[in-house]
Design a protein around this ligand. Structure first.
Ligand SMILES: Cc1ncc(COP(=O)(O)O)c(C=O)c1O
Length: 405
């Protein structure tokens, strides 16, 4: 399986896999390869100082920031001058929500989706309320887990200022047709803010093809450190006025970045993108070209592995899988009647499986499905370091839940 991707070699890159657990908790955060840990450690050992000084240690910091911008630009198909860096996707989204809301007028509207992680809902919803802006909701088909693109024809108005949506659900994996929805949003004159946090570890991203005016990612989901980034066209950034301290730089993209950077963590961002680009497909061409080949191979490998997982889950009478989207990342949530998700996760942990339970911050989605009062659902997610044998172990552990204890 996984022609091209040598998973045994890949696993050797991750010291943390030595704990012997099946790490099916990737949607909450991936493990880190040695190359990333090394890059972060090296940045902490070398002389670095705050940016903006005239001595070499300060220049090193500047280089770490530039390196991280260039790496994220390669990852998403953006330009380094349009990459805003920050502690995580959530705080950057608050920053952008505040900046964009300054351009909204009472009576305008925005379109949010019930499929999204709360980080791409609440900042917009709260700022909309504060500015007298109406929120319209794109709904999920509860049976399939799809977010149909056609509904945007009715949701968009001539006063829609923003469409915020996810490129992949963190709870049930659904990949909506972002390009089709963005095209409709642009026809209506709205901007798009696309949450690619869960798409980035699994798919080759092309910001222009997705039609994402803003594209958000988070490096700890793709084997990097805890760093968030938003990519946008520098000209678009130049039109916005974020909150900022008076002496802080006014240039783009720096003016969206509050306070000092965690430069040692930024050192891990190029290492993580290099890791993804080097997973498979050789070392010919630019990093972006290598990423394309590598991520295509990763997607093929993960699709097969995920087929094994969902096939197994669907064959178990005591398991209820939430949704079955046509296009998805290898992420699935399920419930077991008469067992709380926390209890299921604890049983899986006893069998050596790391799995999350709860609402996974997909609060709107799980309210719509109706599982929140019962503790949400158990979520399993696969990454390029998971194996066929691990999925077998996982399925055995879930099958064991049906047997009397
Ligand atoms: C789809 C999605 N969006 C946003 C976030 C928030 O990311 P961060 O932790 O970088 O704020 C997450 C985190 O799990 C996520 O899965």
């Amino acid at each position: 399986m996984g022609e091209g991707l040598d998973v045994a070699r890949v696993r050797g890159l991750f010291p943390a896999l030595a704990d012997g657990f099946v790490h099916a908790d990737g949607p909450a955060g991936s493990l880190v390869p040695e190359s990333v840990a090394h890059a972060v450690g090296a940045a902490m050992r070398m002389p670095v100082a705050e940016r903006g000084g005239v001595f070499p240690a300060s220049g090193r910091s500047e280089a770490l920031v530039s390196g991280a911008r260039a790496a994220v630009a390669d990852l998403v198909g953006g330009v380094p001058a349009g990459v805003v860096l920050g502690p995580n996707m959530t705080s950057l989204t608050w920053t952008f929500a505040r900046a964009l809301a300054r351009t909204w007028r009472p009576g305008d509207d925005i379109v949010l989706s019930r499929l999204d992680h709360d980080a791409n809902i609440r900042p917009w919803a709260q700022l909309a309320e504060a500015h007298g802006v109406l929120v319209r909701w794109a709904e999920v088909d509860i049976e399939t887990g799809e977010l149909p693109a056609w509904q945007y024809d009715e949701l968009l108005t001539r006063r829609t200022r923003l469409v915020a949506l996810t490129a992949a659900s963190n709870a049930i994996g659904t990949c909506p047709d972002v390009a089709a929805i963005s095209a409709r949003a642009h026809d209506a004159g709205a901007l798009t803010y696309v949450d690619a946090v869960q798409a980035a570890p699994h798919l080759f991203l092309d910001q222009a093809r997705l039609g994402a005016d803003f594209l958000a990612v988070s490096a700890y989901k793709w084997c990097g450190p805890h760093v968030g980034a938003v990519s946008a066209h520098p000209q678009l950034l130049a039109q916005l006025t974020p909150d900022k301290l008076v002496p802080a730089p006014d240039r783009v993209p720096d003016r969206f970045e509050s306070g000092s950077h965690a430069v040692e963590l930024l050192a891990g961002v190029p290492a993580a993108v290099d890791h993804l680009a080097g997973l498979c497909g050789g070392d010919e061409g630019t990093r972006r070209a290598r990423l394309h080949r590598s991520m295509d191979a990763v997607a093929r490998y993960e699709r097969e592995l995920f087929g094994q997982l969902t096939g197994g889950l669907h064959s178990m009478a005591h398991v209820q899988v939430l949704g079955s989207p046509i296009r998805s990342t290898p992420t699935v949530s399920f419930t077991v009647p008469r067992m709380r998700p926390r209890q299921v996760a604890a049983e899986l942990a006893r069998h050596g499986v790391c799995a999350w339970d709860g609402d996974h911050y997909a609060r709107e989605l799980f309210d719509a499905i109706g599982v929140n009062d019962d503790g949400g659902a158990v979520r399993l997610g696969l990454l390029h370091y998971n194996t066929v044998e691990e999925v077998d172990r996982l399925l055995d552990a879930i099958a064991a839940l049906a047997r009397p204890r």
